[in-house]
Design a protein around this ligand. Structure first.
Ligand code: GLN
Length: 189
């Protein structure tokens, strides 16, 4: 079971370290061929417009879409979640369109660039998880079998559809590995 972390831009290193701490066979990926070797892929936070452009330039977008069709699991955090969305409000930026959701970028307001809060995720057990938000998007609409696993003020911030998982926050910046473990279980399933 090989897990890749897309390393074009953003905070990929922390994801790699977390996956390795869980004993996963994890590597950084930067080419379409490397993506084609994977069973699971994490798309990290960063700047979604930049990551989107680089993906397209290297044909990585097509490789991801092709592999998802063959059962590859994908977990996107923050910018990664934006890139997985079908609809992004007021933006024509490049995207994968894997999840039938509408996203609003930088949605928590410019004054509060980042914040942390505890959220409840039933799938991860009774203890809350610490969620770190950095210029985070939120989801304004969820359609077609996409399930919300956690929300803030009625806005979904953690969603899943089959082998696709996405969060508006950054679990890799805490030392709680449960969400990465949950993703590895999805990859295995
Ligand atoms: N604001 C960034 C974007 O829109 C996402 C921020 C993040 O990934 N932490 O791409």
């Amino acid at each position: 079971m090989k897990i890749g972390v897309l390393a074009l831009q953003g905070d990929y290193q922390k994801h790699l370290e977390m996956l390795k701490s869980l004993g996963a066979d994890a590597v950084l990926v930067r080419t379409a061929d490397e993506v084609r070797e994977l069973d699971g892929l994490i798309i990290p936070g960063g700047e979604s417009t930049t990551i989107g452009k680089l993906m397209r330039r290297f044909g990585i977008d097509e490789a991801i879409i092709e592999k998802v069709g063959q059962g590859m699991a994908v977990y996107g955090t923050c910018a990664g979640m934006i890139l997985m969305a079908k609809d992004i409000e007021d933006s024509d930026q490049h995207r994968l369109g894997l999840l039938d959701i509408t996203i609003r970028r930088n949605a928590f307001g410019r004054q509060i660039d980042s914040f942390e809060t505890d959220i409840q995720v039933d799938e991860l057990g009774p203890d809350p998880i610490r969620a770190v938000f950095i210029r985070a998007p939120f989801i304004t609409e969820v359609r077609n079998g996409v399930r919300s696993l956690a929300s803030i003020d009625g806005r979904a911030i953690l969603i899943q559809r089959g082998k696709l998982l996405a969060s508006a926050f950054h679990p890799e910046l805490t030392d709680d590995t449960r969400l990465h473990k949950y993703f590895l279980d999805i990859v295995k399933s």
